[in-house]
Design a protein. Sequence first.
Length: 146
Amino acid sequence: MTPAIDLLVDAYGRIGEIVHDAVDGLDADDLAYRPDDEANTVGWLVWHLARVQDAQVADVAGASQTWTAGGWAECFALPFDESATGYGQSPEDVAALAGRGPSSSSATSTPCRRRRSRTSPASTSPSSHAWWTRTGRRRSRWPPAS
């Protein structure tokens, strides 16, 4: 692979792990919480991140987006076009995501991670990322324990 593709595979490979750790233990109320009416929810941010990643990976791979081809758009049944990725959405659109789809919003990133792994399994394995830290081990969970 080229260095550019290696960089993208590495960057996208980290997203799923980080998102999973970030939402682990959150319930539906946590995922839908908005500190004010204009704020994005954690659930919406995860959905948006996963949709953008899915659209970009599909475009580069010359494949269909997992969101539509994998049935996720139907599962979530959101009240906006299934091609939406979140760009330019209103606070009302953000609110529309609350309580929809699978029990965890991180599930939206799982199909995309599966496709990416099928595309380049060696480059997404933890052993191929020994340079992440000086010791060659993966970094600990974020945020670090207090």
